[in-house]
Every structure is written in C-alpha cells, then in structure tokens.
Write a protein that binds this ligand. Structure first.
Ligand code: PGA
Length: 258
C-alpha cells in the first residue's frame, strides 16, 4: 500500500507575511486529514517562517529547487545542506526549471543524488511538452527523463518500501500546468503504468518501482482531484495554483485519503 501524497507547489507566489497568514489558516484543515502525506513548498524566503508554523503538526515542508554542491562560489544558489536544515522535501526538475533555467536531465540527476545523500526526500518532476505530446513522443521523453534523471541512484532502505520513501515522482505534462487543461485521469494513469513504473523497475527493480509514489500534476483542482486519485497508479498530486487557495487545497487533500 502506497501512502497517498499531496504537495503544494507555491512557485514564486506569497510574501513571507502572506505565507504566514495562509499557513496559519490552512493548518487545522490539513491536520484534520489523516492517512495522507501532506507537504507545503513555499519559496525559499518563507521556509523558516512556515517551518515554525508547522512545528508539532504532521505537515511536511519542502523547497522548490536546490543546487547539488554542498557549498561554494555559486551566487544565488541554495545548497542541499541549507535545504536539509529547514525541510525534509525538495522538488527537483520542475518543468518550469527545465524550460526557463536550462535544467537538464544531468543536472536533475546531480540534484536528486545530492538530495538523497543529505537525507531529503526528492519530488522529481517529469512530463512532455505539448509539441512532444502531439508528435506521439510522450513515452520516449518521460522514459528518458526518468532513466537519465535517476541514473546511478542508490535508494537506501531496509526494504523496497523504506528505500522508495525518499523518492516521489510527479508526472506533469507541461501542457497541463497552469493552463486549466488537465490531462485525462485515464491518460495520466496509462503513462504511469506503461512508462514511469517500467522505467523505475529497470533502474531499481520491481518491488521498489511498485513502492515509489507517483503523483499527477497539472491543473489539479478540488473539482477534478478525486478522478485522478481513483486511478490505481496515481498516488496523489503536485498542486500549483490551487494549493494557494484553502477552499481548493483542503478538499484536494481530503480526496487523496485512501
Ligand atoms: P498547476 O501547477 O496546478 O498550477 O497547474 C502544477 C505544478 O506546476 O506543479
């Protein structure tokens, strides 16, 4: 049994003051939902403030990116040590980073490796662009992103489940992100079943591939979340825009409850 997982990716939204306000309002509703791993990923400047508000709750905290080196002359970057000091999760390889900041599969691999080395759980994003989708290249692109992005990783744990706990995959078709045009639940499930889990099995073996949580992301809302969660291969969601609205995000987390 894979524990359902829902993360809110705040992207570049919310001042520290706004973050404090939103989290204070959200905590009771989120805490009331048991049996779902819940994570908030605010921008770096708000991590410390949000961490204080989440203390003593079962709600996790994540960063949206990080560098792979532990320290060095990398102006403007944040190291895995710094992230691990504040949170347990980190989003890696989001399509916006791949698209606007030249993040390659090689860099994703370095970052995931660094995350695991520092005891972080990595939420690794994969997904094809509209052009790739229309050209029928979804399987090829997603399989390459998994295979190269996770190459050579050692998922440490006493069994498949504990090893897999530190790796979460988010399937986010680029054309579905922030567009209001979500993939169909069946279509997303098929990509997870036919492309993502087989690629994970090639790398880590079948028991681990079955134990890794795979999320759907891209225009998830209160109104469509249950449809995705009803799919056998989809274990939760990475939520962007709707994670900033209490009336949207709490029902999404509730819908993930097994
Ligand atoms: P969206 O973003 O829910 O606003 O489409 C999802 C994401 O980018 O993780």
């Amino acid at each position: 049994m894979r524990t359902p997982f829902v993360a809110g990716n705040w992207k570049m939204f919310m001042s520290v003051a706004e973050a404090r306000h939103l989290v204070s309002e959200m905590v009771p509703g989120l805490q009331a939902v048991e049996g779902v791993e819940k994570v908030l990923c605010p921008p770096f400047p708000s991590l410390l403030a949000v961490r204080a508000l989440l203390e003593g709750t079962d709600i996790g905290l994540g960063a949206q990116n990080m560098h792979w080196e532990t320290s060095g002359a990398y102006t403007g970057e944040v190291s895995p040590l710094m992230v691990a000091e504040l949170c347990h999760y980190v989003i890696i390889g989001h399509s916006e980073r791949r698209q606007y900041f030249c993040e390659s599969d090689e860099n994703v691999q370095r970052k995931v490796q660094a995350a695991l080395t520092h005891g972080l759980a990595a939420i690794v994003c994969v997904g094809e662009s509209l052009e790739e989708n229309e050209a029928g290249r979804t399987a090829e692109v997603v399989s390459r992103q998994i295979t190269q992005g996770l190459a050579g990783l050692n998922l440490t744990g006493t069994d498949a489940e504990s090893g897999a706990a530190s790796l979460i995959i988010a399937y986010e078709p680029v054309w579905a992100i922030g567009t209001g045009r979500a993939a169909t639940a069946q279509g997303a499930n098929a990509v997870v079943a036919d492309v993502i889990r087989p690629a994970l099995a090639n790398l880590f073996g079948d028991p681990t591939a079955q134990a890794v949580r795979v999320l759907y992301g891209g225009s998830v809302k209160a109104g469509n979340a249950a449809e995705f969660f009803a799919q056998p291969e989809i274990d939760g969601a990475l939520v962007g825009g709707a994670s900033l609205k209490i009336a949207e995000f709490i029902p999404i987390v509730q819908a993930a409850k097994a």
